[in-house]
Write a protein that binds this ligand. Structure first.
Ligand SMILES: NC(=O)c1ccc[n+]([C@@H]2O[C@H](COP(=O)([O-])OP(=O)(O)OC[C@H]3O[C@@H](n4cnc5c(N)ncnc54)[C@H](OP(=O)(O)O)[C@@H]3O)[C@@H](O)[C@H]2O)c1
Length: 252
């Protein structure tokens, strides 16, 4: 049921066909927001899920490319909140270009916001997994389930979306917020998963790699603001494994 407080409010979500953005739109509509969203091509089948979301509330879909400034005039018009999720896909061609482009874009955004009196908040998600309403399985879900060596910080996609809305609505929120529900290491995660899912025969013996995670990412600032995570590691993996099974990407 729509949250009466937000009826009449409008939000714009840029890059609405993405993993996080599509779920954020769902959450905003469920709260009673009217939503404008942008996708590069509003007619290709990838966006069918977005059309289904129109049953939940007022959702308008616009065509817009990040490289064309005027594409955003209409979707941004009248929006009290703007969520930017769209990101050009540099990762496959140039792995170093991706973080560099993100850092440069954030720096430019902070400068522009300061100069123009815009209340900008950035949310830094960790590797994000969980069931997706996009038609394709998101890359980050594949990555998190493939047990690649290293420290892993994990958050359920619903909590990422909840955190975005939380800081956008919170008067006292400002600056950067890290969103991380659980820090672990590959061996620790492998131990957990091999116990939980013995049928998948997951390698859980790692001689050369430290068992405990070396890097712990903290969401202290977000939690102090009053946010609480809905999903822990058990529920995150339960839902994700069920999701992969339903897609035929994992056998029972
Ligand atoms: N997933 C994670 O684990 C994770 C972790 C940390 C940070 N992030 C960041 O969080 C944000 C959302 O991540 P996600 O995984 O939800 O992304 P995603 O599913 O890959 O979605 C990215 C979106 O960007 C759009 N896009 C690409 N190039 C564009 C362009 N030139 N103009 C307009 N739109 C363009 C794509 O839309 P179309 O192709 O449909 O046009 C796509 O829907 C991204 O900024 C990502 O870098 C993600």
């Amino acid at each position: 049921m729509a949250n009466v407080k937000h009826i009449g409010k409008k939000a714009c979500v840029i890059g609405g066909s993405g993993f996080m953005a599509s779920l954020l739109i769902k959450q905003l509509l469920q709260k009673g927001y009217a939503v404008n969203t942008t996708v590069r091509d509003p007619v290709i089948p990838k966006k069918c899920q977005l059309l289904l979301l129109q049953r939940l509330g007022k959702l308008k879909i616009f065509g817009a490319d990040l490289t064309v400034e005027e594409d955003f005039n209409a979707p941004l018009s009248g929006s009290q909140l703007v969520f930017l999720f769209a990101t050009p896909n540099f990762s496959s061609e140039d792995p170093e270009g991706y973080p560099a482009s993100k850092a440069l874009a954030k720096k430019a955004a902070w400068k522009f916001a300061e100069e123009n009196g815009i209340d900008l908040i950035t949310v830094i998600p960790t590797l994000t997994i969980g069931p997706s309403i996009t038609l394709d399985i998101p890359t980050s879900v594949g990555l998190a389930t493939s047990l690649i060596t290293g420290s892993i910080s994990i958050t359920h996609v619903e909590d990422i979306c909840r955190a975005h809305i939380f800081v956008a609505e919170k008067e006292s929120a400002s600056g950067r917020y890290i969103v991380c529900a659980h820090n672990t290491s590959v061996p620790e995660l492998a131990g957990f998963l091999s116990q939980r899912y013995p049928q998948y025969k997951i390698q859980s013996e790692f001689d050369d790699i430290a068992y405990k995670t070396k890097l712990a990412i903290s969401s202290e600032k977000l939690i102090k603001e009053g946010f609480s995570f809905k999903y822990g590691i058990e529920e995150i993996f339960y839902q994700t494994v069920e999701y992969l099974r339903s897609k035929g990407a994992l056998k029972n």
